[in-house]
Design a protein around this ligand. Structure first.
Ligand SMILES: [Zn+2]
Length: 300
């Protein structure tokens, strides 16, 4: 599943290759791709044809592209995209053969490269939605956000991320620290892989109670999250130059610097202890038993 840095790479690609272009035509090849557009595929096509994608924004793993009307006025609506498990947004030459799992195609009035939504497992989707205020302090379209996304916490890759607010909220929660990292209402876009890597950097076991973390531990954790996401983003950034925007689940972008995730029995890069795998929230968690000891006692 694409995680936050990959989705940010896609956002940057859309900003570069799609923003400012006017939609000439839209084809929907599979109804599931627009199932969240409740008025149906035909309405989705009408809502986009002739409109211009003004920009590309992101909140958590959701992308949205605000639309302007043919007269240049903001429409108050945006196309929202979620990549799900396997979704890709590709910017390609019109002569490029269709992908097997092509779900939607956008052509533009400039006659240039088209935007394609390709999704093998169709958990992703596109919709046109109304925007509302309250998304931030910017003076442009960034301050208007689709209402469905407004509850998602701003993530550490967003310039307006509130570090002090996150730290306070984390320590107020009575939960386990990995569970808190995966809670999209607390911190956006941190999935299983980056949670494990961040916890390793902060030398914290995922079951540590959040309300017992010290300020220094929370600061280390946030540093870990930021550095992991930043490095992954830097790795993924290479895909911009290939003239296409690509997200491919477990792509190799960041796999080279994973310290613990998927590294069971391999030596911890810090201390050499074999990495262990445990089950947590029905998924695998990876950690170093020496650097990240389990909390000794339960809550009393
Ligand atoms: Zn270790």
């Amino acid at each position: 599943m694409p995680e936050l840095p990959e989705v940010e790479v896609v956002r940057r690609g859309l900003e570069r290759w799609v923003a400012g272009r006017t939609v000439a035509a839209v084809e929907v090849h599979h109804p599931r791709a627009v199932r969240r557009h409740l008025e149906g595929a035909e309405h989705f096509v009408e809502a986009l044809t002739g409109r211009t994608f003004a920009a590309a924004h992101r909140r958590g793993k959701y992308l949205w592209l605000p639309l302007t009307e043919p007269d240049g006025a903001p429409s108050g609506r945006a196309m929202v995209a979620h990549l799900g498990m396997s979704g890709q947004l590709l910017v390609e030459k019109r002569t490029q053969p269709d992908e097997t799992h092509l779900r939607a195609r956008f052509t533009f009035t400039d006659g240039g490269r088209e935007l394609r939504f390709v999704d093998q497992r169709t958990f992703g989707g596109l919709a046109v939605e109304e925007c509302a205020g309250g998304g931030g302090a910017g003076e442009d379209t960034a301050e208007r956000i689709p209402q469905r996304l407004a509850h998602i916490a701003i993530d550490p890759l967003d310039p307006s991320f509130d570090e002090a607010g996150f730290s306070a909220a984390l320590r107020r929660r009575r939960t386990e620290v990995k569970r808190a990292l995966l809670d999209q209402t607390l911190i956006g876009g941190v999935g299983n892989i980056y949670a494990d890597e961040s916890l390793w950097r902060a030398k914290l076991h995922g079951t540590r109670p959040t309300d017992r973390l010290t300020r220094a531990q929370v600061a280390d954790l946030l540093d870990g999250v930021r550095s992991v996401l930043g490095e992954a983003l830097a790795q993924g950034g290479t895909s911009f130059d290939s003239l296409y925007v690509d997200v491919n689940g477990q792509s190799g972008y960041f796999s080279r610097f994973l310290a613990v995730y998927g590294q069971v029995d391999r030596p911890c890069p810090r201390c050499g202890t074999p990495i262990v795998r445990e089950s947590f929230m029905n998924r695998s968690s990876y950690s170093c038993p020496t650097c990240q000891p389990r909390p000794r006692t339960g809550r009393t």
